[in-house]
Design a protein around this ligand. Structure first.
Ligand SMILES: Nc1nc2c(ncn2[C@@H]2O[C@H](COP(=O)(O)OP(=O)(O)OP(=O)(O)O)[C@@H](O)[C@H]2O)c(=O)[nH]1
Ligand SMILES: [Mg+2]
Ligand SMILES: [Zn+2]
Length: 303
């Protein structure tokens, strides 16, 4: 396993990763295919790495300590999305209808990693917009920024909204498959085609559905970046304990102060502020259902 070391700056940035191979960008902007030392790679897009040339390729000796790391932990495996992020854009669309639990899970994972999140509702040109918008009401109410876009039919308006939001930041675009993540990248990064061609030849990646996480610069100064990622289906949160949930779900956590017992699980105890708020209509039933589902999942025995 390539060591993650503190106290090194790294002379390269990982802009694409596929198994043990990755594309590293040097300080001058040139890119080189590298591989990680050791049996298993721990190198992720967004990593700062220290590398050296080795023939036509490069070898990564060290990965610099990460500022943050977004990952999911399913029952049997951990899947890391990217490291050193300034912001997460969770992209959902009017159609195909997404599972709300996936959105909730992505927000919890980001909250747990300390990464600020914005939700984008895409494909507002489609007729079932009202239902999709209604589903996001609890998220707006708890203070999450929700932007509505039609990346395809109103690209200019989307660019105007997104440009100031992305400025100077490294932003990961995450969401279920088919929501429009790659459409967003192509809209914001006119040169993405060039970069895709260059990387996909070396890494042999697919063309339509995104199979690898990739970093794209929006500007020549290389200050603003978007990271495309493959759509997810499962989103396990087994890195968390059941008691971590309420603080990471602001609409639920904020009502827990009123609970009679300090260690209330908000499932069955008398004098539970969360369930009282639910009865008053101050917590959305779908959010409480997701809390229950996750609580059960994280309470199950781990092998
Ligand atoms: N109607 C409509 N369709 C859109 C819009 N934006 C994207 N699409 C379409 O949605 C489909 C999926 O878009 P992609 O950008 O490939 O989605 P993705 O999230 O990258 O999907 P994965 O790579 O599989 O995770 C494509 O057919 C797009 O043309 C939009 O604003 N309106
Ligand atoms: Mg894609
Ligand atoms: Zn309670």
């Amino acid at each position: 396993m390539t060591a993650v070391a503190s106290g090194i700056d790294g002379n390269g940035l990982v802009v694409a990763a596929h198994g043990r191979h990755c594309m590293v960008e040097a300080a001058d902007g040139s890119r080189l295919l590298c591989h990680a030392r050791g049996k298993k790679s721990a190198v992720l897009v967004g990593d700062r790495v220290h590398w050296q040339p080795a023939g036509d390729e490069g070898v990564i000796d060290k990965v610099a300590e990460r500022r943050n790391l977004l990952f999911r932990q399913d029952e049997w495996k951990t899947k890391s999305f990217a490291a050193n992020l300034d912001q997460l854009l969770v992209l959902v669309a009017v159609e195909p209808m997404y599972a709300e639990t996936q959105l909730a899970r992505a927000l919890i994972a980001a909250g747990s990693a300390g990464i600020p999140t914005v939700i984008i509702l895409n494909k507002t040109d489609l007729p079932t917009l009202a239902a999709a918008r209604e589903r996001l009401a609890p998220y707006r109410a708890m203070g999450v920024t929700v932007l509505e876009l039609s990346l395809k039919s109103q690209g200019d308006a989307a660019t105007t909204l997104l440009t100031p939001l992305l400025e100077g930041k490294a932003t990961l675009v995450l969401g279920p498959s088919g929501m429009g993540k790659s459409t967003l990248i192509n809209l914001m990064v006119p040169a993405a085609d060039v970069q895709v061609g260059e990387i996909s030849k070396a890494l042999n990646a697919g063309r339509h559905t995104t199979t690898d996480t990739r970093w794209y610069w929006l500007d020549g100064e290389r200050r603003t970046a978007l990271i495309d990622s493959p759509g997810f289906q499962e989103f396990g949160l087994r890195q968390l304990k059941p008691t971590d949930l309420a603080p990471l779900m602001p609409d639920i956590g904020s009502q827990a102060q009123a609970c009679r017992f300090y260690n209330c699980s908000h499932l069955h105890e008398p004098g539970c502020g969360v369930r009282e708020a639910l009865a008053r209509g101050e917590i959305h039933p779908s959010r409480y259902r997701i809390y229950n589902e996750l609580h059960a999942e994280l309470s199950a025995t781990k092998y």
